[in-house]
Design a protein around this ligand. Structure first.
Ligand code: ADP
Ligand code: MG
Length: 440
């Protein structure tokens, strides 16, 4: 039996069979007239009940949300029960689909790249949050707006029209020309397009830093090389220089070669520092010993032209001795090189507010405030000539900054033009394991 047949039989059994049964009983007890009367009455009642149920269902279908779902017993109850069940199922499915859509939208909004769906006429159909930041698209305001009307960068409309899905378009943010995006368009379905925007500002910055760095290094190497090659020309020209000149040239060439070697050494130190996140090993560095060494090196560099004083009032410092030596040595050598003869230089190690402070204070040329934030940049020099003449590479403070960073320390600079400077490296308290003992 088909499903329709079974339902029909069931309804017939519940609705018509009781009437037929009552009519048969009336026939047997009171005769055919009563039987017909009961059958007619039963059928009328049945039609009324069915019509009422139909009316209730029709009313509910007109406004499913506001009215309660119709209730009934018997055959109608069963039908309505099935209908209610199905409607429940559908509601659940709809909720599940909506929840999935919400989480999908959330995921799309979390994507750092801008995504925009365009129809065949380049009208915006949908976009994620990053697209709002990159291209200024706001939904629902901009739905159905042609994207060319929003992104008015010259060349963008031509790029979209070209539909060259291989190429990318470089877009500079219109509001503040500080950010750069690359735009790529890929076909989506039959006629739609998906536009993807990528923030490449940082990559571009790194790229430009790299090329500036290479240009700087080349420039720094070129100068001494030019000097050396100039002198070499004299040497190849026999008889052009006498023995005394020859010796003088050789000395100058050796100075330039030493300069190149220092530069290459500093470059190697920087690249090694950048390659590893943390020092290879750490120990409790005996600061009294290190300060002695710094003083001796400082005196040899100063050659008696300055007054050097050392105070070591702090405990041992946890860190990599070689790196700390290099950082502190750089600060001392700067103080000596940027302090005219007769000046005073004080090197100090002390505990201030629980933190370890290594400072080098000089009475030298000082630095104007506007230069201070840039001093630790590679090759940044206030006075290029003076730096070069004293054997500077312009990398010293960049190395210091790197080393301090690896020791969770900060560099603070106080300086007054013409009056002197104090460079201080401030170390966190946990790098002074024996601070309690030493200070007490
Ligand atoms: N103690 C100081 N007094 C004055 N200027 C300083 C001092 N230390 C550093 N500077 C300035 O900071 C610049 C960068 O220093 P650094 O990176 O060590 O390079 P350099 O090789 O020139 O010493 C120097 O060129 C100089 O202008
Ligand atoms: Mg230096």
């Amino acid at each position: 039996m088909t499903r329709l047949g079974a339902s029909f039989a069931k309804l017939l059994l519940r609705g018509v069979l009781p009437i037929a049964f009552l009519a048969l009983l009336a026939w047997l007890s009171h005769g055919p007239a009563w039987a017909w009367a009961i059958a007619a009455l039963g059928c009328t009642l049945l039609v009324c009940v069915q019509t009422r149920q139909l009316a209730a269902l029709a009313a509910w279908l007109d406004a499913p949300a506001s009215d309660a779902f119709p209730q009934a017993g018997g055959a109608w109850g069963e039908v309505l029960g099935k209908l209610a069940h199905r409607l429940d199922d559908e509601a659940h499915q709809r909720e599940a689909v909506e929840a999935r859509l919400r989480s999908f939208r959330g995921a799309m909004d979390a994507v750092p790249d801008g995504l925009v769906i365009l129809d065949a006429g380049h009208r915006i159909q949908w976009s994620n949050r990053a697209a709002a930041a990159h291209l200024g698209i706001r939904l629902p305001r901009d739905k159905e707006v042609m994207i060319e009307h929003l992104v008015r960068t010259p060349g963008f409309a031509e790029y979209l029209a070209g539909a060259d899905t291989q190429g990318t378009f470089v877009l500079q943010a219109l509001a503040a020309r500080t950010r750069v995006y690359t735009i790529r368009v890929v076909p989506l379905g039959d006629a739609n397009k998906l536009l993807v925007s990528l923030d490449v500002t940082d990559a571009r910055r790194v790229e430009s830093m790299r090329s500036t760095f290479v240009a700087n290094v080349s420039h720094e190497l070129r100068t001494p090389l030019t000097v050396v090659s100039g002198f070499l020309e004299y040497f190849t020209d026999d008889g052009a220089v006498d023995a005394e000149q020859r010796q003088q040239f050789a000395r100058l060439m050796s100075d330039q070669t030493a300069r190149m070697l220092t530069l290459v050494d500093d470059l190697l130190t920087l690249s090694r520092l950048e390659a590893e996140d943390a020092p290879a090993s750490e120990e409790d560095v005996d600061m009294a010993d290190l300060m002695e060494q710094l003083l001796a090196e400082g005196q040899s560099l100063s050659d008696g032209r300055h007054q050097l004083a050392v105070t070591c009032a702090g405990p041992a410092l946890r860190g990599n001795r070689k790196e700390l030596h290099s950082a502190f040595g750089n600060l001392v050598s700067n103080a000596i090189r940027y302090t005219p003869a007769g000046g005073a230089i004080r090197i100090e190690w002390a505990v201030v507010d629980g933190r370890g402070v290594f400072s080098v204070c000089d009475s030298g040329v000082g630095v104007a405030a506007k230069h201070l934030p840039r001093l630790t940049e590679r090759f940044y020099r206030v006075d290029r000539g003076r730096s070069r003449d004293t054997g500077g590479t312009g990398l010293g403070l960049a190395i210091v900054k790197h080393i301090l960073l690896r020791h969770q320390a900060t560099l603070s600079i106080e300086s007054e033009l013409g009056a002197g400077s104090t460079f201080s490296a401030v170390f966190p308290d946990w790098r002074l394991p024996s601070a309690g003992r030493a200070v007490a």
